[in-house]
Each structure stands twice: as structure tokens, then as C-alpha cells.
Write a protein that binds this ligand. Structure first.
Ligand SMILES: Cc1ncc(COP(=O)(O)O)c(C=O)c1O
Length: 389
């Protein structure tokens, strides 16, 4: 089965394949409709209409006004605009509060801002990866500018109590931002009901193209642009728009809005089947993440006495793509900052494996993993000096 075996892709939190319907929506904007959306001729105006249609679809997914959506290159840029843009647009408040398990695309801009006199306060999480609300309450004061807490974590899938967090932030006059890169298009996000001031999303995490994302910023919120030049995106993001990418993002939002509930249930069923199969065949494993407040497609667990990287390589030889943490940190041997923040000892953090399921996975994919993973673990444990039968 090894050679010529079908590839089984279980790394959907890193990125997802483009849905064929999204691809078809994008296709004309590469060549047939090639105008610049800023041009006044009909080719330009056709491209402009595609962007505005995508804006309406994105706004519909989040429950906001169309003029509150700004297109960007993805989650990283939306997070950067939020953090640096709000900090630089004012000179009163100097404290930025973020959870200890944020993606580097949130933590690094905060760290960068230290050189301009800003302070980053990291809020701890509990063993399941849920933000500690008491610590957040203690960190908030009238110097707090922004609270940034991700809607769900990319590594373990834990979903945060966003409404409670935004309420606390607002009680102290701070803005609330959420990195919804792992939830937008997968579970409901309603910026009004959840009290969100700014939100980041990324097309390639929910079957749209890479290089297209959006920032939601509530009307009236002041933030500086990072890229200066033309008047694009209402002066907040200069540069000719990525028309095919934006059209694809809009289509991905439209599909997600209509299929989300059904898809979530199906993916959850697959994930539970996978976890049951693994639990039945492998001893001394530990689930990482919240037992139920967790993304339906995410399964992260630690396997005692083996390295995550070794399991990944062996799975890859079987044409199975998984991850041992966030895609951005794989390649480094540092244990995941998320797992460490949740209190995992180094050996268990090193022995973590993440399967993230998506729209195109089937029961056959799951059954194949259940078939091959136990023997991979047996082989690795057999050569582990720490393992005693
Ligand atoms: C939670 C989270 N935030 C931000 C990003 C970065 O998004 P993008 O790849 O669109 O820049 C990712 C992607 O790994 C993510 O998982």
C-alpha cells in the first residue's frame, strides 16, 4: 500500500485544499476579467463588483456591516494591522494583553511594540487551554489598550469564552480583538453577539485560497494602516487588490455559511471515531485540549515515550499528513509554547501529535490511521530507552 497509496491529508489546521467551487469562482479573475478594480472602464468595474460581492459575503458570515470588512493577505497581516495599528493610532494606553497560547502572528507584533514603549501582559491558561479570567481581570486597568484572545487555538482546538472576555475588556475601556483564523467558516462567529471589536480571518483555513484574508474592525475604531500608498480598502491597506483571492475568499464564506452546521457534525463524528480507535489500540496517551469546548476537527494528543517528529515521519512514509504542533514551528525542536503553557511536561509536549480533519476527509482516511498508527508507536517504543513493557 505504501507506494502509490492515496495521500491522506489530516493537517487542515495548517491549511485546507481549495474547494472546487471556490476555484471556479476565482478562475475568471486571472485572465478573462483582468481589470484593476480602481480603473473606471468596464473590466475594472467587473473586478470591483467581485470584490464588493466578496465583502458582502464575508460580512454576512460575521454578522457585520460591509464597510467594516478590510481585505488583507491573511491572518498574520490582519493580526499585525490590529495590534500595531491600534497601538500607533493613540498615545494614551500602553498595555496590550494577550493569552499565553496566541499564535506567533499575535505575540510577535506585541513583542515588537515593546521598543515603542508598549507592554505585553500574557494571560495564563488552565490545563485544557482555557484562558484564566481572574488573571485577565487583574491585568486589566485604565492603561489597557487592547485584549487579544484567539477564538480557538490552532494546536489543541480549545474554544475560548469570547463573550466573557470581551465584556471584561470593555469594562476597562480596552478594545477586544480575536484571532478567529481557526473558527471563521467552521463554527458560528457573530461579532455583535460576542462583543468583538476587531477580528482576523484567513481564507486558506476554510477552503479558500492562500494569501487572502480579512480584518473586521467595528465602525469608529481608530487604527493606522501598515502599508501606505493608494486609497485602497478605505485608506487602510494600500496596494492593488488580490481580486481572484478575494473572490475566492468570498465564495468560501458563502459555502461555509450554508454548510457549516452539517459539516461540523460530520467532522466531529470522524474525529470521535479516530480518537476511539486510537484509544482502543495505544496505551499511555493523553488528550490535549478541552474535552468538549474544542473545534470538532482537532485531535491533539501526547504519546508517552515517543517523539512527535518521529511519528510524523513514519506517518508520512504511509502517505498520511499530520502535524506535531503549529505548522510554523515544525522544523524547530522547541516544544510547543501552547502545550507548555497548559502545563505539559517537556516529554509529553515533545510526544504530541495533531490530526486536524476537514471537509474532504472520509471514514476510510480515519480507518487507515487507526490501522497504521499503533504499529508505528510500537516500533518507536521498542527503540525508546525510556519505555518498559
Ligand atoms: C490561529 C492562527 N492565527 C494566525 C495564523 C496565520 O494565518 P495566515 O497563514 O493566513 O497568515 C494561523 C495560521 O497558522 C493560525 O492558526
Amino acid at each position: 500500500m505504501k507506494n502509490g497509496a492515496r495521500q491522506i491529508y489530516l493537517d487542515n489546521n495548517a491549511t485546507t485544499p481549495v474547494d472546487p467551487r471556490v476555484f471556479e469562482t476565482m478562475r475568471p479573475y486571472f485572465s478573462e476579467i483582468a481589470g484593476n478594480p480602481s480603473s473606471i472602464h468596464s473590466a475594472g468595474q467587473q473586478a470591483r463588483r467581485a470584490i464588493e460581492e466578496a465583502r458582502a459575503r464575508t460580512a454576512a458570515l460575521l454578522g457585520c456591516r460591509v464597510e467594516e470588512i478590510y481585505f488583507t493577505s491573511g491572518g498574520t497581516e490582519s493580526n499585525n494591522i490590529t495590534i500595531k495599528g491600534t497601538a500607533l493610532a493613540q498615545d494614551k494606553r500602553k498595555k496590550i494583553i494577550a493569552s499565553a497560547i496566541e499564535h506567533h502572528a499575535v505575540l510577535e507584533p506585541c513583542i515588537y511594540l515593546r521598543r515603542f514603549g508598549f507592554e505585553l501582559v500574557k494571560i495564563p491558561v488552565d490545563q485544557h487551554g482555557t484562558v484564566d479570567l481572574d488573571s485577565l481581570g487583574r491585568a486589566l486597568d485604565d492603561n489597557a489598550l487592547l485584549v487579544s484572545v484567539m477564538h480557538a487555538n490552532n494546536e489543541v482546538g480549545t474554544i475560548q469564552p469570547i463573550q466573557e472576555i470581551s465584556k471584561l475588556a470593555h469594562q476597562h475601556g480596552a478594545l477586544f480583538h480575536t484571532d478567529a483564523v481557526q473558527t471563521a467558516g467552521k463554527i458560528p462567529v457573530d461579532v455583535q453577539a460576542m462583543g468583538i471589536d476587531m477580528l482576523s480571518l484567513s481564507g486558506h483555513k476554510f477552503y479558500g485560497p492562500k494569501g487572502a484574508g480579512a480584518l473586521f474592525a467595528r465602525r469608529g475604531i481608530r487604527f493606522d494602516p501598515l502599508v501606505h500608498g493608494g486609497h485602497h480598502e478605505r485608506n487602510k491597506r494600500a496596494g492593488t487588490e488580490n481580486v481572484p483571492g478575494i473572490a475566492g475568499l468570498g465564495k468560501a464564506c458563502e459555502i461555509a455559511a450554508s454548510d457549516m452546521a452539517e459539516e461540523e457534525l460530520r467532522i466531529r463524528g470522524l474525529r470521535d471515531r479516530l480518537w476511539q480507535g486510537i484509544q482502543g489500540a495505544i496505551t499511555e496517551i493523553r488528550l490535549n485540549g478541552h474535552p468538549d469546548q474544542r473545534l470538532s476537527g482537532t485531535l491533539n494528543f501526547s504519546v508517552r515515550y515517543v517523539e512527535g517528529e518521529s511519528m510524523l515521519l513514519k506517518l508520512d512514509q504511509e502517505q498520511i499528513c499530520a502535524s506535531s504542533g503549529s505548522a510554523c514551528t515544525s522544523g524547530s525542536l522547541e516544544p510547543s509554547h501552547v502545550l507548555l503553557a497548559m502545563g505539559l511536561p517537556h516529554d509529553l509536549a515533545h510526544g504530541s501529535l495533531r490530526f486536524s480533519l476537514g471537509r474532504f476527509n472520509t471514514e476510510a482516511d480515519i480507518d487507515r490511521v487507526i490501522e497504521v498508527l499503533p504499529s508505528i508507536v510500537d516500533q518507536l517504543r521498542a527503540i525508546s530507552p525510556l519505555y518498559k513493557k
